[in-house]
Design a protein around this ligand. Structure first.
Ligand code: MLT
Length: 256
């Protein structure tokens, strides 16, 4: 029976062994929302960078790529795009390679890779249902391949500057609830750790009111205070996207 755990912040990765595990990174506001939107709009792939310096170095190797990302929520000076998902429309990104660096999400993806996760997916409320379906299939496949080994899924919340974020933890709970309650799909029987049970409980306390979750979140309030309130509405559109970003050798692409 696959085990699912939730890491409330990337700090929880310290001392955590991800080797052999499937990981899913959540950064609702806004990296994983922007990634899902960019891939849905037809970008070729997204190369995550841990820093502005790394992004600029990558740009030298991929001069046609768009530089994307934020620091303190605002577009990095000299970059082509910031981190509002609404910027990632097909007229801007279709067919393009993106180099993306953000305060939390891209760093969490790098940390998951460094900790040896065998596959890394990205989830937000936008692609919640599709991510739940893909992860359930991957866990069932892993169980069939090696019945003796218990597959495990680590749901990693990006948080905000190392601290807990309500919206990521609630999204983790929503994802797990979808995986256990899927209609029509063969759903894996899951063993939930205490953090996973708590994430589902938190999500259920909001009765599906995603906008209230984002309005209650500290980062959501900060984004609104600097003029990005429209991003909260955009990031609240549950199941509006049907693709799942996953990390490949070439960068982040839509899982096939
Ligand atoms: C991120 O996406 O890494 C951060 O949460 C910051 C943001 O986009 O505002």
């Amino acid at each position: 029976m696959p085990e699912v755990t939730v890491l409330p912040t990337p700090k929880d990765l310290e001392g955590f062994d991800l080797s052999g595990s499937t990981a899913v990174v959540i950064d609702v506001l806004r990296a994983t929302s922007s990634m899902a939107q960019a891939l849905s709009s037809g970008c070729e792939r997204i190369i995550p960078a841990k820093s502005e310096e790394e992004a600029l170095a990558l740009k030298k190797n991929f001069p046609e790529a768009l530089l994307c990302g934020e620091r303190r929520g605002r577009k990095i000076s000299g970059f082509d795009l910031g981190n509002s998902p609404a910027e990632y429309v097909s007229s801007s990104v279709k067919g393009k390679v993106l180099i993306m660096t953000t305060s939390n999400g891209t760093r969490t993806i790098a940390a998951a890779r460094e900790k040896g996760a065998v596959e890394i997916f990205m989830c937000s409320f936008l692609n919640l249902g599709k991510t739940a379906a893909v992860l359930s299939q991957r866990l069932l496949a892993a169980e069939r391949q090696v019945p003796s080994r218990k597959p495990s899924l680590a749901v990693i919340c990006s948080g905000s500057h190392g601290e807990f974020s309500l919206e990521d933890f609630a999204c983790a709970g929503a994802l797990i609830e979808r995986m256990t309650g899927q209609e029509g799909l063969i759903k894996p029987e899951l063993t939930l750790t205490e953090s996973a049970v708590e994430a589902v409980s938190l999500y259920r306390r909001y009765n599906g009111d995603i906008m209230r979750i984002l309005d209650d979140s500290q980062h959501g309030r900060y984004l609104r205070s600097i003029g990005f309130g429209h991003d909260l509405l955009f990031c609240s559109k549950v199941d509006s996207l049907k693709i799942v970003p996953c990390l490949s050798e070439a960068g982040i692409v839509a899982f096939q």
